[in-house]
Design a protein around this ligand. Sequence first.
Ligand code: ATP
Ligand code: MG
Length: 326
Amino acid sequence: MTHEIAVIPGDGIGQEVTPAAVEVLETLEIDFEFREGDAGDAVQEETGEALPDETYELAASADATLFGAAGETAADVILPLREAVDSFVNVRPAKAYPGIDAVRPETNLVFLRENTEGVYSGHEDRLTDDVATLTRVVTESASRQLAEFACEYVEDNDYDGFTTVHKANVMRETDGLFRDTVADVADENGVETDEVLMDAFATHVCLEPDNFDVVVCPNLAGDVLSDLAAGLVGGLGLLPSANVGPDRGLFEPVHGTAPDIAGEGVANPAAAIISAAMLVEYLGYDEDGAAIREAVETTLEEGPRTPDLGGDASTDDVTEAIVDRL
Ligand code: ATP
Ligand code: MG
């Protein structure tokens, strides 16, 4: 079976780490057909459009998309691309790796963040010069879809259950609906859950990250708290993410274009390559995903390493080492 993969490197180090991830995928004995699309600042300058229609269509029709990063135009690129794959959940693992300097080396958790609504649903108004408002949207259907995904995720990955993070004591209607729906779905599926208020979670996860494994959050809370967890594991450079929809997914490193090092050939490809591991796991090739992860982990521990991790290797050196280990 051939899997069509859209490859959208974008700007900055996206142009360096995305080809590295493709190279790793090409090492596998899986039949991929790669199709490259343009997006981001460079194509905006050229054509006036940050996300050309053909790139949108590419992502909307491919089995999965590998995305790099976009600069100034990020919001014009990534939001429509998430929509192109109909993504309802953003999967963000935050895991510390052996040999990497981390504030909390015992951290190993994964955020399942609602990806379509909450305060990011785009309903903002400027009523007068000095008053602005925002409508927060929570629906039962989106909360249910997220919770069903969470139940499946827990089962597939042998977790005991998940933690729901919310602020339903204050946002009684919106987070109340979110919390109750998620709890109902967990009940229906026989999955154990507990609940933590999002402010308390911020403290707990810093002090005792090993108390958590799968964390289910509304959109904004998931955005902020997963970045916080990124800090616990040693920064953005190693974090992958997946935007999952019912029929397709978009996989991207959490980091951006890193303009300070772009073009130098020294970007760390690990986050993009672990994102590629998530892509193959999404397509059902769990063993190949595990093999990529193992090759990355060994390379992080034994080297070669890029300068962000204290080494002096190039993106190509690290990619080659990972491919060799695969
Ligand atoms: P953007 O606006 O595109 O997000 P940024 O300036 O916020 O760009 P990030 O890409 O978010 O930059 O990166 C933040 C810092 O982390 C930068 O100093 C960057 O060099 C570093 N960094 C991020 N990703 C990597 C990577 N893959 N390898 C090495 N360093 C990285
Ligand atoms: Mg950034």
